[in-house]
Design a protein around this ligand. Structure first.
Ligand SMILES: NC(=O)c1ccc[n+]([C@@H]2O[C@H](COP(=O)([O-])OP(=O)(O)OC[C@H]3O[C@@H](n4cnc5c(N)ncnc54)[C@H](O)[C@@H]3O)[C@@H](O)[C@H]2O)c1
Length: 311
């Protein structure tokens, strides 16, 4: 099948590209390389002739590209993906996450794309919830512009389904971690801690460290996208483990894996961050036959080994 992955040079997008190639698909990757990198596609380029197109998804050029490629399915991962950046610059966030998305949706309709798989954010669209793990039916009030644009994206996609018959599945991802996540950008705490521990420096924790997240390994997440190409029509589906891990516990797991005996440093909490987050994965099991399989200890060990090899 011919598929197009936006954000294909990014952390999750490039992992997905690898899996799509392994499944024998013809893969086109689009990225403006603002936070992604061509080196993330080195494995893919060794395996097959992947087609890479450097475009801003919000540009007219992108709108012209999709009808030329004519993908059957478009997997949309390109985004301004940082909560702090969205707080500092909501306009920039909306440029990619709203205007870019609309350009993608128009292109899908013009090119008769059969289905779009959208990347939502389970860590931010639901805002603060008292009842955990969070189900897809939770009514959320996002705390950041990033959460707002990701949530608005789902509404836009539902409109395009109703108006133009464009099929979709929206995957609301928990906190994804793994190899290739950029610790210098707004990378997840796992890549930032990995980098610090390998440099022999104490990891820095924002706030008390008792805030919790649902950490899910990137290979497991990419597999959920592959499954969503043929399942979960018209649905928002959480992609997480259902397990809550505090940042202090994450630190302890990673410190023990790295053989680090020191203490972390504590700093002020970050604006726009939710206190507790954990997603109910039952719907993914039911509709996609998907369940996260990589335990946290194994995932962080693989992530740290990857950073070690890159040094
Ligand atoms: N990492 C997580 O924990 C997480 C959680 C929930 C949702 N997501 C979503 O998953 C997707 C992938 O995120 P990621 O963590 O791999 O981050 P990433 O920054 O590595 O990936 C985003 C990619 O999109 C590209 N991009 C950004 N703006 C673009 C534009 N205007 N045109 C074309 N390409 C553009 C970037 O260069 C990058 O390669 C995003 O939609 C993000 O919002 C990530």
């Amino acid at each position: 099948m011919r598929v197009l992955v936006t954000g294909g040079g990014g952390f999750i997008g490039s992992t997905l590209v690898d899996q799509l190639i392994a499944h024998g698909h013809e893969v086109h990757a689009v990225d403006d390389l603002s936070t992604g990198s061509l080196s993330n596609l080195d494995d893919a380029r060794r395996e097959a002739s992947i087609h890479f197109h450097r475009f801003d998804i919000a540009s007219e050029g992108f709108g012209d590209l999709v009808p030329r490629v004519k993908p059957e399915i478009l997997l949309h991962l390109a985004a301004q993906a940082s909560v702090p950046k969205s707080v500092a610059d909501p306009l920039l966030d909306a440029h990619t996450n709203v205007m870019g998305l609309l350009r993608v949706l128009d292109a899908c309709v013009a090119s008769e794309v059969r289905k779009i798989v959208y990347t939502s954010s389970g860590g931010t669209i639901y805002g603060t919830q008292r009842k955990l793990p969070i189900k897809e039916t939770a009514v959320g009030r996002p705390l950041s512009p990033y959460g707002i644009t990701k949530k608005a994206g789902e509404d836009y996609i539902r409109f395009y389904q109703a108006e133009y018959g464009l099929d979709f599945t929206s995957l609301a991802l928990a906190n994804v971690y793994g190899p290739r996540q950029d610790p210098h950008g707004e990378g997840s705490v796992v890549s930032v801690f990995s980098q610090r521990l390998l440099e022999g420096k104490p990891p820095r924790i924002h706030g008390t460290g008792e805030q919790t997240r649902d950490f899910v390994f990137v290979d497991d997440v990419a597999n959920a996208f592959v499954r969503a190409m043929d399942a979960g029509s018209g649905e928002t589906i959480n992609v997480g483990t259902g397990a809550e891990t505090s940042i202090n516990d994450l630190f302890r797991t990673m410190a023990s894996s790295a053989g680090w005996n020191g203490d972390p440093e504590y700093g002020p909490a970050r604006a726009g961050d939710v206190l507790r987050s954990c997603l109910d994965p039952e719907k993914a099991k039911e509709l996609l036959g998907w369940q996260a399989w990589t335990p946290l200890e194994e995932g962080v060990a693989r992530t740290m080994a990857w950073f070690e090899r890159r040094r």
